[in-house]
Design a protein around this ligand. Structure first.
Ligand SMILES: C[S@@+](CC[C@H](N)C(=O)[O-])C[C@H]1O[C@@H](n2cnc3c(N)ncnc32)[C@H](O)[C@@H]1O
Length: 194
């Protein structure tokens, strides 16, 4: 399969070139999340990249603590911070909102729930299709999945110079809540609404 282009540019890039898996979240995805979920006034984006999620949340007046392993220039970020090594959340922070590196998405979700009561992650819909992620999928705290009715625009690897089109993969916001009771709710949402 080497050399085949996927919609996100993933298969074109050898793993070494993909570095820490930087795929920026389109603004419209964050606005869609804000329409669906009650996002607190103080949040943590622990894999902030250049700040795609951070910027949109800050534009709404929220205070967002931004950290990442790598410094991609997000304003106010702390870099060199491996989220999986974090021992606690920033003071007063009760929610994580992020689009993590997909190769570590299961670990990010488990660790996030360990540190904060609520967390929203933009993930491939295929995240659901897993045996090894049962600890975050089947134990009751996955409260809601907001799947986009239409593919998100422009989910391309950083530096992608191929055609810019809609994502070749289905994405969804996965929302975990330690206090959730009952089955996971599935919502079909649009990123096109004003
Ligand atoms: C898919 S990109 C998303 C960037 C940003 N969250 C967004 O939504 O545009 C994943 C990000 O995770 C960061 N990352 C990778 N491994 C990490 C780790 N162990 N701890 C913190 N950040 C990490 C990468 O540097 C990259 O910025």
């Amino acid at each position: 399969m080497a050399g085949l282009a996927s919609g996100t540019g993933n298969r074109r890039a050898p793993l070494a070139d993909r570095k820490d898996d930087l795929y920026e979240t389109p603004d419209v995805a964050v606005h869609a999340l804000l329409r669906q979920e009650d996002i607190p006034a103080l949040d943590w984006e622990p894999a902030c990249g250049p700040g795609a999620i951070v910027r949109v949340l800050r534009e709404t007046g929220r205070h967002v603590i931004a950290t990442d392993l790598v410094d991609y220039g997000c304003p106010g970020q702390a870099s060199g911070r491996d989220f999986l090594m974090e021992l606690s959340a920033p003071d007063g922070c009760e929610m994580i909102v992020t689009n993590p590196p997909f190769k570590l998405a299961g670990e990010f979700a488990a660790h996030a729930l360990h540190l904060v009561p609520r967390c929203a992650m933009l993930l491939r819909l295929a995240f659901l299709e897993s045996e090894k992620r049962r600890a975050v999928l089947d134990t009751g705290s996955l409260a809601r999945v907001h799947v986009f009715r239409k593919r998100l625009p422009m989910m391309h690897r950083h530096g992608w110079d191929g055609k810019h089109s809609n994502s070749g993969m289905a994405f969804a916001w996965f929302v975990w809540d330690r206090g959730h009771e009952g089955p996971t709710e599935l919502h079909r949402v649009s990123w096109e609404e004003a």
